[in-house]
Ligand binder design. Structure first.
Ligand code: DAH
Length: 331
Protein backbone atom coordinates (compact mmCIF):
# COMPACT_ATOMS: atom_id res chain seq x y z
CA UNK A 1 0.00 0.00 0.00
CA UNK A 2 1.18 3.50 -0.78
CA UNK A 3 2.19 5.60 2.18
CA UNK A 4 0.33 8.56 0.68
CA UNK A 5 -2.99 6.68 0.96
CA UNK A 6 -2.60 6.19 4.66
CA UNK A 7 -1.43 9.70 5.14
CA UNK A 8 -4.47 11.04 3.26
CA UNK A 9 -6.78 8.92 5.35
CA UNK A 10 -5.17 10.20 8.52
CA UNK A 11 -5.42 13.86 7.50
CA UNK A 12 -8.99 13.27 6.35
CA UNK A 13 -9.84 11.75 9.72
CA UNK A 14 -8.20 14.70 11.41
CA UNK A 15 -10.31 17.21 9.41
CA UNK A 16 -13.57 15.35 9.74
CA UNK A 17 -13.17 14.88 13.45
CA UNK A 18 -12.55 18.59 13.99
CA UNK A 19 -15.81 19.40 12.24
CA UNK A 20 -17.77 16.69 14.01
CA UNK A 21 -16.42 17.71 17.39
CA UNK A 22 -17.26 21.34 16.76
CA UNK A 23 -20.84 20.43 15.85
CA UNK A 24 -21.53 18.30 18.93
CA UNK A 25 -23.77 19.80 21.65
CA UNK A 26 -23.94 17.17 24.34
CA UNK A 27 -21.46 15.28 26.47
CA UNK A 28 -23.04 11.97 25.48
CA UNK A 29 -22.62 12.70 21.77
CA UNK A 30 -19.05 13.77 22.40
CA UNK A 31 -18.24 10.50 24.13
CA UNK A 32 -19.74 8.68 21.19
CA UNK A 33 -17.40 10.56 18.86
CA UNK A 34 -14.41 9.67 21.00
CA UNK A 35 -15.31 5.99 20.74
CA UNK A 36 -15.81 6.29 16.97
CA UNK A 37 -12.47 7.94 16.34
CA UNK A 38 -10.09 6.75 19.03
CA UNK A 39 -11.77 3.67 20.48
CA UNK A 40 -10.30 0.19 20.10
CA UNK A 41 -12.40 -0.51 17.05
CA UNK A 42 -12.52 3.15 16.02
CA UNK A 43 -11.49 4.73 12.78
CA UNK A 44 -7.90 5.41 13.80
CA UNK A 45 -7.34 1.78 14.69
CA UNK A 46 -8.88 0.73 11.38
CA UNK A 47 -6.49 2.99 9.48
CA UNK A 48 -3.48 1.83 11.45
CA UNK A 49 -4.21 -1.76 10.52
CA UNK A 50 -2.84 -0.80 7.10
CA UNK A 51 0.56 -0.05 8.67
CA UNK A 52 1.58 -3.69 8.50
CA UNK A 53 1.57 -3.55 4.75
CA UNK A 54 3.90 -0.56 4.57
CA UNK A 55 7.57 -0.68 3.79
CA UNK A 56 9.56 -0.85 6.99
CA UNK A 57 11.29 2.40 6.10
CA UNK A 58 7.98 4.29 5.84
CA UNK A 59 6.53 3.11 9.11
CA UNK A 60 8.22 5.55 11.48
CA UNK A 61 7.06 8.58 9.51
CA UNK A 62 3.49 7.37 9.13
CA UNK A 63 3.54 6.31 12.78
CA UNK A 64 4.56 9.81 13.73
CA UNK A 65 1.72 11.29 11.63
CA UNK A 66 -0.73 8.88 13.23
CA UNK A 67 0.38 9.91 16.72
CA UNK A 68 0.09 13.54 15.84
CA UNK A 69 -3.45 13.03 14.50
CA UNK A 70 -4.36 11.09 17.59
CA UNK A 71 -3.07 13.85 19.86
CA UNK A 72 -4.90 16.52 17.91
CA UNK A 73 -8.20 14.64 18.03
CA UNK A 74 -7.76 13.94 21.72
CA UNK A 75 -6.98 17.59 22.40
CA UNK A 76 -10.05 18.70 20.47
CA UNK A 77 -12.19 16.22 22.43
CA UNK A 78 -10.79 17.43 25.76
CA UNK A 79 -11.33 21.05 24.96
CA UNK A 80 -14.88 20.46 23.81
CA UNK A 81 -15.59 18.39 26.89
CA UNK A 82 -14.56 21.14 29.25
CA UNK A 83 -16.56 23.70 27.25
CA UNK A 84 -19.68 21.55 27.43
CA UNK A 85 -19.20 20.95 31.15
CA UNK A 86 -18.89 24.59 32.04
CA UNK A 87 -21.89 25.43 29.84
CA UNK A 88 -23.85 22.82 31.73
CA UNK A 89 -22.87 24.28 35.11
CA UNK A 90 -23.69 27.75 33.88
CA UNK A 91 -27.14 26.66 32.72
CA UNK A 92 -27.79 24.96 36.04
CA UNK A 93 -26.77 28.05 37.99
CA UNK A 94 -29.02 30.23 35.88
CA UNK A 95 -32.01 27.97 36.32
CA UNK A 96 -31.48 27.91 40.09
CA UNK A 97 -31.04 31.62 40.57
CA UNK A 98 -33.40 33.21 43.12
CA UNK A 99 -34.74 36.60 42.33
CA UNK A 100 -34.76 38.12 45.80
CA UNK A 101 -36.45 41.26 44.50
CA UNK A 102 -39.61 39.39 43.45
CA UNK A 103 -42.67 40.32 45.51
CA UNK A 104 -43.62 37.64 48.05
CA UNK A 105 -46.76 35.53 48.04
CA UNK A 106 -49.37 36.87 50.46
CA UNK A 107 -50.54 34.35 53.02
CA UNK A 108 -53.20 35.55 55.43
CA UNK A 109 -51.82 35.27 58.95
CA UNK A 110 -53.80 33.58 61.66
CA UNK A 111 -53.72 34.87 65.19
CA UNK A 112 -53.92 33.42 68.62
CA UNK A 113 -57.40 33.11 70.06
CA UNK A 114 -57.89 35.37 73.09
CA UNK A 115 -58.52 32.33 75.31
CA UNK A 116 -55.22 30.74 74.28
CA UNK A 117 -53.39 34.05 74.51
CA UNK A 118 -54.69 34.47 78.06
CA UNK A 119 -53.60 30.94 79.03
CA UNK A 120 -50.17 31.42 77.48
CA UNK A 121 -49.69 34.63 79.39
CA UNK A 122 -50.72 33.10 82.73
CA UNK A 123 -48.54 30.05 82.13
CA UNK A 124 -45.60 32.30 81.30
CA UNK A 125 -45.90 34.14 84.60
CA UNK A 126 -46.00 30.96 86.68
CA UNK A 127 -43.33 29.15 84.69
CA UNK A 128 -41.23 32.25 85.37
CA UNK A 129 -41.88 31.66 89.09
CA UNK A 130 -40.64 28.07 88.79
CA UNK A 131 -43.96 26.29 88.35
CA UNK A 132 -44.40 23.18 86.20
CA UNK A 133 -47.34 22.74 83.83
CA UNK A 134 -49.55 19.76 84.71
CA UNK A 135 -52.76 18.34 83.31
CA UNK A 136 -55.43 15.73 83.93
CA UNK A 137 -58.41 14.14 82.19
CA UNK A 138 -61.60 16.03 81.37
CA UNK A 139 -63.67 12.96 82.18
CA UNK A 140 -63.18 12.45 85.90
CA UNK A 141 -64.30 10.24 88.72
CA UNK A 142 -66.34 11.65 91.56
CA UNK A 143 -63.33 10.98 93.76
CA UNK A 144 -60.90 13.32 92.01
CA UNK A 145 -63.43 16.02 91.23
CA UNK A 146 -65.10 16.12 94.65
CA UNK A 147 -64.39 13.59 97.32
CA UNK A 148 -60.60 13.89 97.59
CA UNK A 149 -61.11 17.67 97.51
CA UNK A 150 -62.91 17.45 100.84
CA UNK A 151 -66.34 17.44 99.20
CA UNK A 152 -68.13 14.19 100.19
CA UNK A 153 -71.36 13.13 98.41
CA UNK A 154 -73.89 15.00 100.54
CA UNK A 155 -71.73 18.10 100.97
CA UNK A 156 -73.80 21.26 100.27
CA UNK A 157 -70.87 22.73 98.32
CA UNK A 158 -71.65 20.32 95.49
CA UNK A 159 -74.53 22.61 94.64
CA UNK A 160 -71.98 25.33 93.81
CA UNK A 161 -71.07 23.37 90.69
CA UNK A 162 -73.85 21.82 88.62
CA UNK A 163 -72.32 18.69 87.23
CA UNK A 164 -72.65 16.69 84.02
CA UNK A 165 -72.80 13.06 85.15
CA UNK A 166 -72.10 10.34 82.61
CA UNK A 167 -74.12 7.10 82.37
CA UNK A 168 -71.14 5.07 83.68
CA UNK A 169 -71.02 7.09 86.92
CA UNK A 170 -68.08 9.25 85.85
CA UNK A 171 -68.48 12.96 85.29
CA UNK A 172 -67.10 15.85 83.28
CA UNK A 173 -64.78 17.73 85.59
CA UNK A 174 -66.35 20.91 86.92
CA UNK A 175 -62.98 22.49 87.72
CA UNK A 176 -59.27 21.91 87.23
CA UNK A 177 -58.84 21.38 90.99
CA UNK A 178 -59.00 17.64 90.27
CA UNK A 179 -55.48 17.92 88.82
CA UNK A 180 -54.21 18.83 92.30
CA UNK A 181 -55.10 15.39 93.60
CA UNK A 182 -53.79 13.50 90.60
CA UNK A 183 -50.49 15.36 90.72
CA UNK A 184 -50.00 15.01 94.46
CA UNK A 185 -50.72 11.27 94.28
CA UNK A 186 -47.86 10.88 91.82
CA UNK A 187 -45.36 13.35 93.29
CA UNK A 188 -43.80 14.27 96.60
CA UNK A 189 -43.47 17.81 97.96
CA UNK A 190 -42.19 20.39 97.29
CA UNK A 191 -44.75 20.99 94.54
CA UNK A 192 -45.38 24.00 92.34
CA UNK A 193 -47.79 23.35 89.48
CA UNK A 194 -50.05 25.20 87.14
CA UNK A 195 -52.78 23.22 85.38
CA UNK A 196 -54.80 24.75 82.55
CA UNK A 197 -57.75 22.95 81.00
CA UNK A 198 -61.32 22.68 79.88
CA UNK A 199 -64.15 22.35 82.40
CA UNK A 200 -67.86 21.62 82.14
CA UNK A 201 -70.93 22.73 84.05
CA UNK A 202 -74.65 22.32 83.62
CA UNK A 203 -75.20 26.05 83.64
CA UNK A 204 -77.77 27.78 81.50
CA UNK A 205 -75.74 29.65 78.94
CA UNK A 206 -75.94 33.41 79.12
CA UNK A 207 -73.64 36.40 78.77
CA UNK A 208 -71.43 35.23 81.64
CA UNK A 209 -71.95 31.45 81.74
CA UNK A 210 -70.85 28.74 79.33
CA UNK A 211 -71.30 24.99 79.70
CA UNK A 212 -67.74 24.47 78.48
CA UNK A 213 -65.08 26.87 79.67
CA UNK A 214 -61.45 27.01 80.73
CA UNK A 215 -59.78 27.21 84.10
CA UNK A 216 -56.27 27.43 85.40
CA UNK A 217 -55.36 25.83 88.70
CA UNK A 218 -52.37 26.76 90.83
CA UNK A 219 -50.95 24.58 93.59
CA UNK A 220 -47.92 25.00 95.82
CA UNK A 221 -47.04 22.56 98.63
CA UNK A 222 -43.96 22.79 100.80
CA UNK A 223 -42.84 22.97 104.38
CA UNK A 224 -43.81 26.24 106.00
CA UNK A 225 -45.90 27.86 103.27
CA UNK A 226 -48.28 30.48 104.69
CA UNK A 227 -51.09 32.76 103.60
CA UNK A 228 -48.45 35.44 103.03
CA UNK A 229 -46.87 33.31 100.31
CA UNK A 230 -50.29 32.92 98.71
CA UNK A 231 -50.96 36.66 98.79
CA UNK A 232 -47.56 37.56 97.41
CA UNK A 233 -47.84 35.05 94.58
CA UNK A 234 -51.35 36.15 93.61
CA UNK A 235 -50.33 39.80 93.75
CA UNK A 236 -47.39 39.28 91.41
CA UNK A 237 -49.54 37.24 89.07
CA UNK A 238 -52.41 39.74 88.89
CA UNK A 239 -50.00 42.61 88.36
CA UNK A 240 -48.45 40.77 85.43
CA UNK A 241 -51.92 40.19 83.96
CA UNK A 242 -53.69 43.48 84.68
CA UNK A 243 -50.90 45.92 85.43
CA UNK A 244 -50.49 47.69 88.76
CA UNK A 245 -54.20 47.69 89.67
CA UNK A 246 -55.56 47.67 93.23
CA UNK A 247 -56.46 44.17 94.41
CA UNK A 248 -58.33 42.95 97.48
CA UNK A 249 -58.77 39.61 99.20
CA UNK A 250 -62.28 38.83 100.52
CA UNK A 251 -62.94 35.98 102.94
CA UNK A 252 -64.86 33.21 101.21
CA UNK A 253 -65.50 29.50 101.32
CA UNK A 254 -64.25 26.53 99.28
CA UNK A 255 -64.34 22.98 100.64
CA UNK A 256 -60.72 22.29 99.62
CA UNK A 257 -59.15 25.36 101.22
CA UNK A 258 -59.13 26.78 104.75
CA UNK A 259 -59.02 29.71 105.04
CA UNK A 260 -60.40 30.62 101.63
CA UNK A 261 -60.55 33.90 99.80
CA UNK A 262 -61.86 35.46 96.64
CA UNK A 263 -59.76 38.09 94.94
CA UNK A 264 -61.06 41.20 93.20
CA UNK A 265 -59.25 43.66 90.98
CA UNK A 266 -60.32 47.25 90.57
CA UNK A 267 -60.90 47.72 86.89
CA UNK A 268 -62.38 50.79 85.27
CA UNK A 269 -63.67 52.03 88.62
CA UNK A 270 -65.34 48.74 89.61
CA UNK A 271 -64.28 45.82 91.77
CA UNK A 272 -64.38 42.64 89.70
CA UNK A 273 -63.98 39.17 91.16
CA UNK A 274 -61.34 37.24 89.22
CA UNK A 275 -60.05 34.35 91.29
CA UNK A 276 -60.64 31.92 94.16
CA UNK A 277 -57.85 30.72 96.45
CA UNK A 278 -56.87 29.58 99.91
CA UNK A 279 -54.62 27.42 102.06
CA UNK A 280 -54.98 23.76 101.10
CA UNK A 281 -57.30 22.06 103.61
CA UNK A 282 -55.52 19.44 105.78
CA UNK A 283 -58.13 16.89 104.67
CA UNK A 284 -56.96 17.30 101.06
CA UNK A 285 -53.35 16.72 102.10
CA UNK A 286 -54.40 13.63 104.05
CA UNK A 287 -56.30 12.28 101.04
CA UNK A 288 -53.04 12.06 99.08
CA UNK A 289 -50.98 10.78 102.01
CA UNK A 290 -49.15 14.00 102.90
CA UNK A 291 -48.68 14.79 106.58
CA UNK A 292 -50.43 18.14 107.26
CA UNK A 293 -48.21 18.54 110.34
CA UNK A 294 -45.21 18.79 108.03
CA UNK A 295 -46.58 20.24 104.81
CA UNK A 296 -48.82 23.14 104.00
CA UNK A 297 -49.65 24.86 100.78
CA UNK A 298 -51.89 27.16 98.86
CA UNK A 299 -54.10 26.77 95.83
CA UNK A 300 -55.94 29.07 93.47
CA UNK A 301 -58.24 28.69 90.52
CA UNK A 302 -59.64 31.07 87.98
CA UNK A 303 -61.64 31.17 84.79
CA UNK A 304 -59.68 32.00 81.66
CA UNK A 305 -62.72 33.44 79.88
CA UNK A 306 -63.39 35.69 82.85
CA UNK A 307 -59.85 37.09 82.65
CA UNK A 308 -60.15 37.65 78.92
CA UNK A 309 -63.52 39.36 79.33
CA UNK A 310 -62.27 41.72 82.01
CA UNK A 311 -59.03 42.51 80.24
CA UNK A 312 -60.51 43.08 76.79
CA UNK A 313 -63.89 44.41 77.94
CA UNK A 314 -65.81 41.65 76.20
CA UNK A 315 -69.50 41.94 77.03
CA UNK A 316 -70.66 38.39 76.28
CA UNK A 317 -68.77 35.13 76.91
CA UNK A 318 -70.43 33.56 73.85
CA UNK A 319 -68.42 35.83 71.54
CA UNK A 320 -65.38 33.79 72.53
CA UNK A 321 -66.86 30.63 71.03
CA UNK A 322 -68.57 31.74 67.83
CA UNK A 323 -65.41 31.98 65.71
CA UNK A 324 -66.62 35.25 64.21
CA UNK A 325 -63.56 36.57 62.39
CA UNK A 326 -64.72 40.17 62.71
CA UNK A 327 -64.50 39.69 66.48
CA UNK A 328 -61.33 37.59 66.57
CA UNK A 329 -59.39 39.91 64.28
CA UNK A 330 -59.43 42.56 66.98
CA UNK A 331 -56.96 40.64 69.10
N1 DAH B 1 -62.28 25.19 91.87
C1 DAH B 1 -62.87 26.49 92.18
C2 DAH B 1 -64.01 26.76 91.21
O1 DAH B 1 -64.08 26.12 90.21
C3 DAH B 1 -61.84 27.56 92.05
C4 DAH B 1 -60.85 27.47 93.13
C5 DAH B 1 -61.05 28.14 94.31
C6 DAH B 1 -59.72 26.73 92.98
C7 DAH B 1 -60.16 28.09 95.33
C8 DAH B 1 -58.79 26.67 94.01
C9 DAH B 1 -59.03 27.35 95.18
O2 DAH B 1 -57.66 25.96 93.91
O3 DAH B 1 -58.12 27.30 96.19
O4 DAH B 1 -64.78 27.61 91.48
Amino acid sequence: MATSDLETQLTELQKQSQQAIAAVTSLDDLEQLRVNYLGKKGELSQILKGMGRLDASDRPRIGAVANEVKDLVQAALDKKKSNLQSAQIQAQLESETLDVTMPGIYLPQGRIHPINAMMDKALDVFVGLGYTVADGPEMETDYYNFEALNTPPDHPARDMQDTFYLPDGNLLRTHTSSVQIRYMEENDPPIRIIAPGRCYRRDTEDATHAAVFHQIEILAIDEGLTFTDLKGTIKIFLEEMFGAVPIRFRASYFPFTEPSAEVDVEWNGRWLEVLGCGMVDPNVLKAVGYDPEIYSGFAAGFGVERFAMVLHQIDDIRRLYTSDLRFLKQF
